[in-house]
Design a protein around this ligand. Structure first.
Ligand code: IPM
Ligand code: MN
Length: 357
């Protein structure tokens, strides 16, 4: 008999409500694994604010070396109320993205039937697109510095680094993804060519160059300010949007809110040739920590994106279908604290649907 496929998954619950949502995501993962005959070898890592406060360690090299060996990483949330903003975000989350060269941040914006959107007259038919965010360059590299810090003459420079190599691999991923996603095959470059005339000149040139290899993909361009407006006014215009790191960060929060909020928005930090990491987009939500009221659907959705990435689309679809069922019936609101159900109950319901159908 053939032995079932087995995956080594590193689990980083992280800070705040991270452990609570990851607990539910693992229920869904295991339920889908049971149905599809997949095995998961889960290794938990206690990275995050508590470990940092106790030991001063953020991401030890030995841990990074172990993470390089797994098939995927499932991450809860990073950010601790007692740690100065930036330390864990840069030292852990961005460090993982950079060091594992997860150069794509893939963020689907899909409104499920039954989920409330703040957009008037828009529904699941209109809100269904994906943002491909560059994930290792731009304003996020840490390039720049201070001059005369703390004086009246202080200068603060934060540089946007855009390499031909980094831009091209991101655009190629976006074209490939767009071609495979569905029959629409429309790729929108989101930039700011009218002001950022170096960075987005490069992006635009490479975009057109690569587009020549994808004659079946329709290309479009929008400045980031206009794209932000259209995502609200005409979200149906979009199929796949590709953009740089900073713009991608901003527009995916708009995306999250129009798909029902941070309670359901999930994404993947992808290295197509390496180790990828999947996470709910929302933060650690310290004010809800330990109350069992946080919405676990985003983390559950991250597990589904992970399964898809691991080459198990049937298992991914089982989780997605279960989430669709849960949001169509059982849950009053996707807002944490207003679900009318506890974190545990929502997770149990989703896992129950996966086991039952
Ligand atoms: C995100 C977050 C992170 C980012 C922060 C926490 C560093 O906002 O994943 O979108 O800016 O990328
Ligand atoms: Mn963000």
């Amino acid at each position: 008999m053939m032995s079932p496929p087995s995956y080594r998954i590193a689990v980083i619950p992280g800070d705040g409500t991270g452990p609570e949502v990851i607990r539910e995501a693992l229920k869904a993962l295991k339920a889908a694994g049971t149905r599809e005959n997949l095995l998961f070898d889960l290794q938990h890592y206690d990275l995050g604010g508590d470990r940092y406060l106790k030991t001063g360690e953020i991401l030890p090299e030995s841990v990074l070396a172990e993470l390089r060996q797994v098939d995927a990483i499932l991450l809860g949330a990073i950010g601790h109320p007692d740690v100065k903003p930036g330390i864990l975000e840069k030292g852990l989350l961005l460090e993982l993205r950079f060091r594992l060269d997860q150069y794509i941040n893939l963020r689907p914006v899909v409104l499920y039937p039954g989920v409330e959107t703040p957009l008037k007259d828009k529904g699941p038919a209109e809100i269904n697109f994906v943002v491909v965010r560059e994930n290792t360059e731009g304003l996020y590299t840490g390039g720049g510095g201070f001059l005369k810090k703390g004086t009246p003459q202080e200068v603060a420079i934060q540089e946007s680094i855009n390499t031909r190599f980094g831009v091209e691999r991101c655009l190629r991923y976006a074209f490939d993804y767009c071609r495979k996603r569905n029959q629409r095959k429309k790729l929108t470059l989101c930039g700011k060519t009218n002001v950022l005339t170096y960075a987005f000149d490069l992006w635009e040139r490479v975009f057109h160059e690569v587009a020549a290899e994808y004659p079946d993909v329709t290309t479009d361009y929008g400045h980031v300010d206009a794209v932000s407006m259209w995502m609200i006014k005409n979200p149906e215009w979009f199929d796949v949007i590709v953009t740089d790191n900073m713009f991608g960060d901003i527009i995916t929060d708009i995306g999250a809110i129009i798909q029902g909020g941070l309670g359901i928005a999930a994404g993947g930090n992808i290295n197509p040739a390496g180790v990828s990491m999947f996470e709910p987009i929302g933060g650690s939500a310290p004010k809800y920590t330990g109350q069992n009221v946080i919405n676990p659907l985003a983390a559950i959705g991250a597990a589904a994106i992970m399964l898809d990435h691991l080459g198990q689309p049937a298992a991914a679809a089982r989780i997605e279908d279960a989430v669709r069922k849960a949001v169509a019936g059982d849950i009053r609101s996707l807002a944490s604290g207003k679900m009318g159900k506890s974190t545990t109950e929502v997770g149990d319901r989703v896992a129950g649907y996966i086991a039952a159908d």
